[in-house]
Write a protein of this length. Structure first.
Length: 657
């Protein structure tokens, strides 16, 4: 198998440049050492200038220790150390000057300084020459880079990880058991292709992973590559498209060419909807659109795979409704794997996976956290475990405790505490009664979710919050539960009007949610009155996916719209009267609970029931949960051992105001 990716090449000019610099430094050092002027410069600085005849006379009378002739300059050193300086003609020799008497002990030294300074004389020329050579090299390198960029512009930018680099395995992916079962066939084919080809079976050429953001689509693709032990080509759909026409198609061709060369392997295209949208739609050009050309090339490459190439294309998207039908037909992406948000058991397994590399206390209960994180994805759960570890580190604890998980869940689902938000006492009173209005009404509504926790601590954009926590995943909702949920949402506004004879903006979100539930009952679920019938009103413009509701086109008359409005107004009005009746009946308990909540700021369901119903309240809550077919929050919090901390309550689905 050829190498998957070339190692980074050493700059071919690096050694040449290093040698030139080293040679230049050596040249300067040698030239400096060979030049004696630096030694004698200070010695001859204070020399006394005299006529040349004085030097000749002193030589004859043997007054000097030595005479130095440096070019045209003559230095004579007296026996007392004093130095005389004079000048001679350049062509005068020692014999002509009469300084060659062999009987005279005076030493005559001759230095040809011009010859010795030749190195320094030519040094500027050498430096200029080296500068010119360096400039030429830099110019040619720039030209080579530009040519390389031009030639590689259409090359694939896929990131390649070989079999040894991909460490992810199926055991690292929790909460997607059905998806893993579908992908086991892909892994088995990559490991044992002859097992299928001998019998005439063909593995799907394309596998499309569909799921909401954060559900683990990319992680699953890497796990397939890790389990199969094959190279993994990863690229995002947006990386194909550039401002120049034809670049995307060229990159697709190059990607598939590399993949075939390294088969068996996996090509993973993340967010394929960036290039795989419906062709010819609004906002797209004709056949010359760059995105459309890229899609056409992908379709051609996938349909043109030769038998036995053992290259599998995997792609991920959270918008399957916008993909081109030609991309989804058999022979291309002919297998679609839907990855839903994790259920209760899956959430617990995901938390266990993310707790592996963290120090956690032995008494920690991840199952309780899983029950209180309904609707969260794997990425959300990973974030919760990370926030819990951050809390533990900030509090200087040796391991993550249940209390850290409680705070992490509340921070991720609602937001951080707003300690800087200062409320007046009147605002605190309104908030306390508002939240207790939700709690009391929701507690008295038979089909509402069990109460979990009440808090008037400001978090995120809310001044207070009341948790109604389903202990299990629920996939269907009855009309009775919708009505009780509307009643519970209106309990906060009813408490404000009952106690303060005034209403505030605190119930704006409650009214919005209650109106949305009532309108959906009338228009989507066929839960309206006889005048509305079993008809769905409003036509969707597109399809709903990943929790995003598309726009609705009106397909009903004005008279029917009036009946829908009347039904929504009536059901909200009736439930508001019902909620207010609950609070009037239990006015004394409301005041008593408000005093406790204002003092503690946070109230658990046990504390609420002790005040509201006494010890019998716990049995009422258990009975209510039993009627709903779920496990009550009180039963979930009952300690398994006497030393189990009682304050390790946790947050989950919330009803906010």
């Amino acid at each position: 198998m050829p190498p998957l990716s070339r190692p980074p090449q050493r700059n071919r000019y690096q050694w040449l440049l290093s040698i030139l610099l080293f040679g230049l430094l050596a040249f300067l050092s040698i030239a400096f050492l060979l030049n004696p002027q630096w030694e004698n410069e200070k010695k001859y600085t204070d020399a006394q200038e005299v006529p040349l005849s004085r030097i000749t006379q002193g030589y004859a009378s043997r007054e000097f220790k030595d005479i130095l002739i440096r070019d045209s300059t003559v230095y004579a050193t007296l026996k007392d150390g004093k130095i005389l300086q004079s000048y001679k003609e350049g062509e005068d020799t020692v014999s002509e000057l009469g300084w060659n008497d062999p009987k005279n002990p005076t030493i005559v030294n001759i230095e040809n300084q011009e010859t010795r300074n030749m190195l320094f004389a030519v040094l500027p020329d050498i430096l200029f020459f080296l500068l010119v050579i360096g400039g030429v090299i830099w110019l040619f390198r720039g030209i080579a880079r530009s040519q390389s960029t031009a030639l590689s512009f259409g090359k694939s930018r896929a990131r390649v990880a070989d079999a040894k680099q991909v460490k992810t395995r199926f055991v690292d992916v929790a909460g997607a058991e059905e998806a893993k079962e579908d992908l086991v066939e892909v892994v088995d084919f990559l490991k044992n292709p002859t097992k299928y080809t001998n019998i005439g079976a063909k593995i799907p050429k394309g596998v499309l992973l569909v799921g909401a953001p954060g559900t683990g689509k990319t992680l699953l693709a890497r796990a397939v590559a890790g389990e199969a032990g094959v190279p993994f080509f990863s690229i995002a759909g947006s990386e194909f498209v550039e401002m120049f026409v034809g670049v995307g198609a060229s990159r697709v061709r190059d990607l598939f060419t590399k993949a075939k060369r390294n088969a068996p392997c996996i090509i993973f295209i993340d967010e394929i909807d960036a290039v795989g949208r419906q062709r010819g739609g609004a906002g797209f050009g004709g056949g010359h659109d760059e995105r459309e050309q890229t899609l056409n090339q992908i379709l051609t490459e996938m349909d043109g795979f030769e038998q036995g190439t053992n290259v599998i294309v995997m792609a991920a998207t959270n918008r399957p409704d916008v993909l081109d039908v030609a991309l989804l037909r058999p022979g291309r992406f002919d297998r679609r794997i839907f990855i839903d948000k994790p259920d209760l058991n899956a959430r617990q397994k995901i938390l266990e996976v993310h707790a592996r590399n963290k120090k956690v206390a032995k008494s920690i209960k991840l199952g309780d956290v899983a029950k209180q994180t309904v609707g969260l994805t794997g990425a959300d759960l990973e974030n919760i475990m990370n926030e819990a570890a951050i809390f533990a580190a900030k509090r200087k604890r040796p391991a993550v405790t249940q209390r850290d998980l409680v705070d992490a869940v509340e921070k991720v689902t609602i937001g951080s505490e707003k300690k800087s938000r200062k409320l007046t006492q009147h605002e605190k009173d309104i908030t306390a009664y508002h939240e207790l209005g939700h709690a009391i009404v929701g507690h008295l509504c038979t089909h509402a979710d069990p109460l979990h926790k009440i808090s008037i601590v400001s978090r995120g954009s809310t001044l207070g919050v009341t948790w109604f926590l389903p202990q299990e995943d629920q996939y269907t909702t009855s009309k009775s539960k919708f009505i009780d949920e509307i009643c519970g949402l209106l309990g906060g506004r009813a408490a404000e009007e009952l106690i303060f004879n005034e209403i505030t903006t605190g119930a704006s979100n409650d009214l919005e949610r209650a109106s949305a539930i009532a309108r959906n009952m009338a228009m989507k679920f066929g839960m309206g009155d006889d005048a509305l019938g079993l008809v769905v009103y409003g036509e969707k413009q597109g399809s709903m996916f990943a929790g995003v509701d598309p726009g609705m086109a009106r397909n009903y008359s004005d008279s029917m719209a009036q009946k829908i409005d009347e039904y929504v107004r009536k059901i909200i009005s009736d439930q508001y009267v019902r909620a207010k009746g609950f609070l009037v009946e239990h006015r004394a308990k409301l005041d008593e609970l408000a005093k406790v909540l204002q003092q503690k700021e946070t109230m658990s369901v046990e504390e609420f029931l002790v005040v509201f119903d006494g010890e019998q309240g716990k049995e009422i809550e258990k009975k209510k949960a039993k009627e709903l077919g779920i496990k009550s929050d009180i039963e979930a919090k009952e300690p398994d051992s006497p030393d189990e901390p009682a304050d390790d309550s946790q947050a989950g689905e919330t009803q906010q105001s």
